[in-house]
Design a binder for this molecule. Sequence first.
Ligand code: NAP
Length: 406
Amino acid sequence: MTAQILDGRAVSVAILDRVRREVDEFAAEHGRVPALATVLVGDDPASRTYVRMKANRCAKAGIDSHRVELDAAITTGELVSRIRELSADPAVDGILLQHPVPDHIDERAAFEAIEPAKDVDGVTRASFAAMAFDEDGFRSATPGGIMALLDAYDIPLPGRHAVVVGRSPILGRPVGMLLLARDATVTYCHSRTAGLAERVAEADIVVAAAGRPRLIRGEWIRPGAVVVDAGYAGNTGDVEYEEAAERAAFITPVPGGVGPMTIATLLAQTVRAARAHQTRRSRGAVPVRGEAMTKARDNYLLDLAASRQGYALNRLCGSLKDEENRRRFLEDEAAYCDAYGLSAEQRKAILERDWTAMLELGGSIFYTFKLAMLDKKSMQYLGGVFTGMSAEEFAAAMRSGGRKFG
Ligand code: NAP
């Protein structure tokens, strides 16, 4: 064997040490530790193991992990609701939905229920777009980990030909985009690619992400190439390891290559999300308080309290789980957006309950008060952000028709 090992385990230890220090600093500053919610649907043993490993690493790094385990028979709608609750939960900084979910579930819909600001596993469209446009955002965890591993060994990327085998939305596709953003020349291969052996043989860098054990033959590897094997089936990767290691300059082992880097990236991104979450909260709480209160009282709360209290408050305070209630609420909400002449962007943020966007879009802040009536957790979050009140105080103030805000 001639190749140097790309030792994901060793590199991840260094990253996790840094994460641990960052968690300690965060806790000292904010009086809490970052929190990651992991969602597991069903009881696939491999997925259960991955979630357990992630929770163990969280514990070692000092990150709080909340495990949410859901029955395999859950519907897409129920899963989406549960993830939306986590998205609105102020106690959660990051959300990981373990892939894959059972076949009957629309995984894309479930991923999109993750608030992009909490998408520490980089699975939402928003995160994907950020990767595609080379903008700030959360990296898909495995591709982000692969890039960090290549960087740890100073593997040059500009002008090199990278061949990515696999094009899944969470792995093949984003890793190709990240390599492209670093000026590699990227070729994607997939199950319909003709001449896979020839494509791989042209590669300076091979990323194997097909989930087909030993698909990539050692003899295909160009001498001196870099081989990154993301495949994982038992302890076997997508590359014929021994044979490839005879020809490659660098190679990842399986296990101990890409896997540990994925978890390290997830945890590093969770700390980043927690910091951003904290910044949003503190930014929102102080400067907008007085102004938001006035707007809320003048524009909406008193109006609501005076004319519609019995009707609307009771209805709006109803549970989100009541679909009919929620549908009527959203119709009302759309009418209000129109009546107040909100922009299409503001309207969209409100109707989709995109908290981050609402906080960013000036002039719509009072709507967040109204939306805060949707459920207790949102109430707690927004009550905390804008008023410093507890959920109960905030709810009582809302019930009193907003007069306590005066
Ligand atoms: P996936 O969604 O099943 O995608 C597999 C991709 O490989 C597809 O794009 C597929 O092509 C392509 N492919 C399948 N057979 C092929 C063949 N014979 N020749 C060329 N391409 C082929 O899988 P995934 O979720 O991306 O995962 C891929 C592998 O990475 C799995 O082994 C998984 O366990 C592993 N993984 C590891 C980590 C980690 O942390 N280490 C994380 C995630 C995944 P089509 O698009 O044409 O179907």
